[in-house]
Design a protein. Sequence first.
Lengths: 143, 447
Amino acid sequence: MAKLEVDEALVRKLAQLLTDTGLTEIEFESGDQRIRVNRQSLAAAPAALPSAAAAAAPAAPAEGPPAGAVTSPMVGTAYLSSEPGGTPFVKVGDRVTKGQTILIIEAMKVMNPIPAAAAGTVRDILVADGRPVEYGEVLMVVN
Amino acid sequence: MFEKVLIANRGEIALRIHRACREMGIRTVAVHSTADADAMHVRLADEAVCIGPPPSRQSYLNIPAILSAATIAGADAIHPGVGFLSENPVFAGMVEEHGFTFIGPAPEHIRLMGDKVAAKEAARSLGIPVVPGSDDVVTNDAEAMNIADRIGYPVLVKAAAGGGGKGMKVANARNEMAEALAVARAEAKANFNNDAVYLEKYLSHPRHIEIQILADAHGNVVHLGERDCSMQRRHQKLLEEAPSPALNANQRQRIGEIATGAMRRLGYRSAGTVEFLYQDGEFYFIEMNTRLQVEHPVSEMITGIDMVREQIRVATGAPLSFTQDEIVFTGHAIECRVNAENPETFAPSPGRITDYHAPGGLGVRVDSALYAGYRVPPNYDSLIAKLIVHGTTRNECLMRLRRALEEFVIGGVETSIPLHRRLVTAPDFINGAYDIRWLEKFVEPAA
């Protein structure tokens, strides 16, 4: 019987192939020699808790909303301007005064203007025009 | 069939509704408060919308928020569950005005039965026996005294806008009437914002027996038998069983026919429960719940009928899947309500569940939204699980219940499981010999 020699170059090549292609196992056979290279998947065992449905609200980041986060006080649809296609109330970088309307949330056909809680600068706008929003959702960051 | 149903409730009943929807291929939308963001049904639902902060008034009772959520989620129908808005006729009407189907009865029947005085009058005119009492609200104390003299003491003063056992006070004799009236009015005002009261004869040892009704929009009405819910503390049910150990087949059939006949004449639709006090062979109507009830699984176990599925089907306009003759009652079922509370003091015990192991095996069903790591929030009622067991006989059911209770592990909060374990070995309970006052005496601290 021929001495079993490990073709190191082949193993490395197969390992590289795994990485490059994202496969988890390759088996290569030639003559009476066969090599199998397997990457242990890190997929967890079936979760003890039911996995959140993909469409469910994503988990909030552990550190909580950033300073100056404007959270939605209601469920509805967010509008960034007073009429469709109109100029947005604010854009990133704008300075706003306390009480200035920064967006509208429409709920049950009633338009609810959302004011800036304090004077500041609009740092981030996290909701797109016409998108549904839920209670507590972070809409903008103003500080 | 509906494509998407919004579940306007929380806890184990929201999970129950989600399960029925899922089995019918209907997508679910779970609305929830911030306190329930990690609730089981929220995690399992197809979509979730946060509708408000923890307080019920700003979330689960927040009609605009719920309707708004239904709009943005594109729901077809809304199931109101139990409690909260399920018996709010304004909500039911608004749901329909906004183009959604309300999975429940017509708003006018919710309104009718929500007014306890009107409900009693309606029951009487529909041929349902009622508790003797004042025919209407009592306008002044003198009138109340006269009526009480006529009915005979002891007399119960009850809130007209009440329910759930609140706003009720007993007067054992004429000289107690003035105080009973005053206290009942005050409690009614505080709980229901309406101090109108009426009087009823106080029954000394009644059982609480209720008939489960299911009806479709085509005039078909059936009953799923009775439930005996006499195990109550402060008018809150702790354990329910079906059939009632106190009724024989004739009585069951008689009261079933009375209830279904009445509902047929009323033109009722969806699920509902007609509640009676039963004493010395006589039934007395006390109220009707125009919604699904917490204890509905007991009736499901003895009939094999999925009541939430039927509610949903009926709401689409479909006829009931069965006639009364096709309903077969099999065996006996008992439900234990497991509350997050101290089993002796009944002090609420919210907190984080550290261990959870539900019992299993043949004839054992657990309806619960708990899981290890879940935080039971302090803002809502204390019901955290329902243990329902079924057996071919009441005895077998009792043995199974005892066994299942032994296996049930809920760690991290105090629960009523120890109380249930005591209950199932109590001779009176084993003999089925208990009335609506029995449990209070049983849990009274030893003198």
